[in-house]
Design a protein around this ligand. Structure first.
Ligand SMILES: NC(=O)C1=CN([C@@H]2O[C@H](COP(=O)(O)OP(=O)(O)OC[C@H]3O[C@@H](n4cnc5c(N)ncnc54)[C@H](O)[C@@H]3O)[C@@H](O)[C@H]2O)C=CC1
Ligand SMILES: O=C(O)[C@H]1O[C@H](OP(=O)(O)OP(=O)(O)OC[C@H]2O[C@@H](n3ccc(=O)[nH]c3=O)[C@H](O)[C@@H]2O)[C@H](O)[C@@H](O)[C@@H]1O
Length: 523
């Protein structure tokens, strides 16, 4: 029996309706998922870090590694720095860094010179720019120069179109957050900025290790509901890999001051042991034995008690000078004087070392080749900022020595720049540093410890690179002028063995060689 017409048309319409509704649902799904995706994207935390240096680069790389759902952009005004971060030759040498960068770069870690774009898009903006010591004007030689910080803050205020958490990562004077707050709120166009202090405690050479397993992460913020919410947001980032009991939260000023205090305490330990090293040399005590015995006291602890030619690095001196200035400004001259002494002992230690070298070598190094082994401020880094090697080399050059320098990570251009630059000039963005000055003629830079020491009268060890422990010292001795001297500013060599070979050896804080005992006292 043929189906009635109306039945056919019903079926027909039903089919149409079915196909249509399927298509509609498919279409709606696409639109919805796109919408959801963009909503998620909008909700995705975006971090931007201003300053792609020794702190900004490694800290952000580790955040990107540990928080794959966060997009991290590291921006800088220095084009060569950003180019290097995007290349196979990273701008800084740090064990383990390359692996971390390679894993995240292009995934959720980006390096860019488009500072404004990334700041505008970020929810959290870290500021990790230079905070050098002022070289002129009020507080010159002590106060922190906040030029770069201030210009970063003004730019954040200018380009922002949404609320942001602004994080002080640079080391700054206590109360800087207040000044930054003022700059941001006076230029805010109704945008809400929350300032946090989150100082960095990593040490170079172990930066990745320190960031993976920090002793503590410190976050300071305002005690207002907004401030507490911002603290929680940053805490949530670190909590993805740092145990909660290691994330300390404080008020802003405590966090800012804790950073300066930590560096001052660390440097003070080195100056204390270095002061002892001078006394050891005068009395026949051995500084390694003394510091071991002292460090066994659990209240003192064994770390950071290695006597040396002096501490270096971009921060200890700068941060203590800054602390001294803050004490003076707060009417605390005695406290200022106390901390100043840490720097004075450090300078004394470097001068003392140079005097030892010159005094031992018949009171003159004029025209003599002196090999310098190690130029970086410590091992496992190519960083030379405030390295004691600069002052020692300048001291020897002042006495007309000819220097042959070898460091496994520092190139000739850097060494020449360092020896020609004025104090504090190094701590500015690259393009604002003085142009490559003329080379110091009495200095040659070689790529091998044996080349550096060939025909030399003396060897000065200024960085504790592991390879200096295992050099063929017999070969070195055979190729040197006699008497052959070794001045170990890092206590890396086996003094007894070298004396057996025939060297006259001076090692910081160790019982003096008979040769040195007969020389005039050094001060
Ligand atoms: N080096 C270290 O081990 C540590 C350093 N700190 C502190 O962190 C801060 C940064 O230190 P580093 O990373 O060593 O310095 P750095 O000199 O390696 O890096 C700072 C970077 O900021 C960039 N910069 C300056 N002004 C800028 C601006 N307005 N916009 C964009 N980029 C700008 C510079 O071009 C430079 O690349 C300092 O306050 C320092 O005291 C704290 C802990 C450890
Ligand atoms: O604010 C900073 O910049 C950083 O400064 C130091 O880190 P860093 O300078 O990278 O290296 P350190 O291991 O502290 O060494 C500093 C200097 O002291 C010297 N030193 C260190 C330890 C020691 O026992 N003796 C000694 O002479 C080192 O050779 C080096 O020249 C601090 O250790 C970090 O916590 C801090 O974050």
């Amino acid at each position: 029996m043929p189906l009635p017409n109306f039945y056919c048309s019903c079926m027909h319409n039903w089919c149409y309706f079915y196909i249509y509704s399927k298509f509609l649902r498919f279409f709606i799904n696409i639109v919805l998922s796109a919408e959801l995706h963009s909503l998620e994207q909008r909700k995705m935390v975006k971090i931007c870090c201003i300053g792609a240096g020794y702190v900004g680069g490694p800290t952000m790389a580790v955040i990107a590694l540990k928080c794959p759902s966060i997009e991290v952009a590291v921006v800088d005004i220095s084009v060569p720095r950003i180019t290097a971060w995007n290349s196979d030759q990273l701008p800084i040498y740090e064990p383990g860094l390359e692996d971390v960068v390679k894993e995240c770069r292009g995934r959720n870690l980006f390096f860019s010179t488009d500072v404004e774009k990334h700041v505008r898009e970020a929810n959290i903006v870290f500021v990790s720019v230079n905070t050098p010591t002022k070289t002129r004007g009020l507080g010159a030689g002590k106060a922190a120069d906040l030029t770069y910080w201030e210009s970063a803050a003004r730019m954040i205020a200018d380009v922002s179109k949404s609320d942001k958490i602004v994080v002080e990562k640079s080391t700054v004077p206590v109360k800087t957050a207040e000044a930054i707050e003022k700059i941001l709120t006076h230029n805010s166009k109704g945008i809400n900025f929350q300032i946090l202090s989150n100082p960095e405690f990593l040490a170079e050479g172990t930066a990745i290790e320190d960031l993976f397993k920090p002793d503590r992460v410190l976050i300071g913020g305002r005690e207002t509901p907004g401030g507490q919410k911002a603290i929680q947001a940053l805490k949530d980032v670190y909590a993805q890999w740092v145990p909660e009991d290691r994330i300390l939260t404080t008020n802003l000023w405590s966090a800012e001051l804790s950073k300066l205090a930590a560096n001052a305490f660390l440097a003070q330990r080195i100056s204390s042991v270095n002061a002892m090293s001078a006394l050891c040399e005068s009395t026949g005590a051995n500084v390694s034995e003394v510091s071991y015995a002292v460090g066994k006291d659990s209240r003192i602890g064994p770390k950071f008690l290695n006597a040396s030619v002096g501490f270096g690095g971009s921060c200890f001196q700068k941060d203590i000078l800054n602390l001294v200035y803050i004490c003076e400004c707060n009417g605390l001259p005695e406290v200022a004087e106390y901390w100043k002494q840490v720097i004075k002992i450090n300078d004394y230690q470097k001068i003392r070392f140079v005097n030892r070298v010159v005094a031992s070598m018949f009171n003159t190094v004029s025209g003599k080749k002196v090999a310098i082994l190690g130029f970086a401020f410590k091992k496992d880094t190519g960083d030379t900022r405030e390295t004691p090697a600069i002052d020692v080399c300048k001291g020897l050059l002042g006495d007309k020595a000819k220097l042959s320098i070898y460091d496994p990570q520092v190139n000739e251009d850097q060494i020449q720049r360092d020896l020609a630059m004025n104090k504090f000039d190094w701590d500015h963005p690259l393009h604002l540093q003085p142009m490559s000055p003329s080379n110091v003629k009495q200095v040659s830079v070689v790529w091998d410890a044996y080349a550096a020491t060939k025909d030399a009268h003396a060897v000065c060890i200024l960085t504790e690179w592991d390879e200096f422990k295992n050099l063929d010292y017999q070969k070195i001795y055979d190729n040197m002028q006699k008497p052959a001297f070794i001045f170990d500013g890092r206590n890396v060599v086996n003094v007894e063995k070298l004396r057996e070979i025939g060297f006259i050896v001076y090692a910081i804080g160790k019982p003096l060689d008979a040769w040195l005992k007969d020389m005039p006292a050094v001060a």
